[in-house]
Ligand binder design. Structure first.
Ligand code: NDP
Length: 419
């Protein structure tokens, strides 16, 4: 059917590319590009031979719009799937605008240099106006809506698991189970064990920045901010068992608050073990999570980037990780005048993922929805000019595709609620 250009060849991209290759009726050509073409070539070598799709590779620095534009003009893809880092979202969107190609990603824009004075001024104004202090928000990408519309291209934001599947679950709940949703609790549980004292399941820089930041939730039309890890709950997860979980700020809260009419409260919880939290606090206390530049023996280093070099590569966790993830949303609201509650979730087994694609479940649960969102745009099922979040579209074909492509979901109509 068409050609996808995938930027990035890390943990998530590795899964998305294999899933596109499995789905060669839709993706008959796949170009993989990043700064290190040898990594893209290694992925190509792994997949070629087991797919009908034609696979090519290219070198690109996605911080550079001109390089991206030249690559897009050369490759001529139908869609660009951005699986680099959130730092590259805007440059890739700029290149898509210039070349008139649809854009898809899994994480909203975050500035790499949070000390940049121009960015800082906009950020501080937003903190005051909106009431949350996370370094990322949707305003930067939503601002492309009119330009994408004028160009006649689709921008699909956040088609990973969370954001992504959790937002599609919300649209599905609203379409089939509720007249009005009042509360959404998004629960992200990783019951996996990789055997290392400390490692992150995806890019350490992005992961540690997210987890060490203030928490926040949406309530009655405004944000309520908490200290990091201030709100703790315990929940008994199907397939995993009881786990401690902590309230975090998370990007889909912002888009769901805008797109789910009448919603009164949205919270996001993620599970962490005590050992992980103790390691992280210690690293933070000694300055290893700092994102600014430090002079060390005449060399400029960014501590969190140095830490990344020391930690296990998330892509190497696959063979060692055992256990399951359980990610989903608990909804309460009303249907036909009666109160109702449901829980939609997916359970994913780390070792099953490893057997299928050679990755653990965190990359799998993000890479599969990245392929599905891209397929929705390629097939024209989710295609309209402008910039959209996944809950803006009909959830049904996406929900069917989750069952078909490895992330089956269940609906529990009598869940235990989170206090
Ligand atoms: P990795 O660090 O494993 O991979 C990042 C990739 O981006 C690398 O292949 C790197 O390749 C490439 N990259 C980085 N900078 C550039 C650049 N300037 N130009 C071109 N390529 C670049 O990250 P993950 O695979 O773990 O995560 C990928 C994305 O998925 C992130 O945005 C992350 O936030 C998001 N994510 C979303 C989730 C969700 O549920 N929505 C969950 C988990 C992750 P190279 O160094 O060769 O350039």
């Amino acid at each position: 059917m068409g050609k996808v250009l995938i930027i990035g060849c890390g943990g998530v991209a590795g899964v998305a590319i294999q899933k596109c290759a499995q789905n060669s009726e839709v993706f008959n050509e796949i170009c993989i590009a990043s700064r290190t073409v040898s990594k893209c070539d290694a992925l190509k070598a792994k997949i070629e031979g087991s797919t009908k799709a034609k696979i090519t590779t290219a070198k690109v620095d996605a911080d550079n719009v001109n390089e991206l534009v030249s690559l897009i003009r050369e490759v001529k893809p139908d869609v660009v799937l951005n699986l680099a880092l959130p730092y590259q979202d805007l440059t890739i969107m700029d290149a898509c605008l210039e070349t008139g190609v649809h854009y898809i990603d899994t994480a909203n824009y975050e500035a790499e240099d949070t000390e940049d004075p121009t960015w800082r001024a906009i950020y501080e104004k937003r903190c005051k106006e909106k009431g949350f202090t996370a370094y990322f928000d949707y305003s930067w990408q939503w601002a492309y809506n009119d330009r994408f519309k004028a160009k006649g291209i689709t921008g699909l934001l956040g088609t990973g698991f969370d954001p992504g599947v959790t937002s599609v679950f919300s649209a599905y709940a609203l379409k089939h189970y509720f007249d009005e949703i009042h509360t959404i609790d998004i629960l992200d549980c990783n019951g996996g064990d990789h055997g290392y004292p400390f490692a992150t399941n995806f890019n350490p820089e992005i992961n540690l920045r997210e987890v060490s930041a203030n928490g926040s939730y949406w309530e009655n039309g405004h944000w309520v901010e908490t200290k990091p890890m201030e709100i703790k709950r315990e929940y008994n997860f199907d397939g995993v068992g009881p786990k401690d979980m902590y309230l975090l700020h998370h990007e889909e809260i912002e888009s769901l608050a805008k797109n789910i009419p009448g919603v009164k409260r949205i919270r996001f919880f993620m599970t962490f073990g005590q050992s992980y939290l103790t390691h992280m606090k210690c690293l933070e206390n000694v300055g290893m999570l700092r994102t600014d530049t430090v002079n060390f023996n005449g060399q400029e280093i960014v501590p969190i980037q140095f830490l990344k070099a020391l930690l296990p590569d998330p892509a190497s966790l696959g063979p060692r990780t055992v256990g399951k993830t359980n990610i989903g949303c608990i909804f309460t609201g009303v249907k036909d005048g009666k109160e109702r509650k449901i829980y939609i979730y997916n359970v994913c087994d780390h070792q099953e993922c490893y057997k299928e694609v050679g990755s653990q479940a965190i990359s799998y649960t993000t890479g599969v929805p990245a392929m599905i969102g891209t397929m929705m745009v390629m097939q024209g099922l989710w295609k309209k000019p402008g910039v959209f979040n996944v809950e803006d579209f009909d959830p049904d074909p996406y929900m069917d595709a989750l069952n078909k492509w490895g992330l089956p979901w269940v609906v529990d109509e009598n869940p235990t609620l989170v206090p």
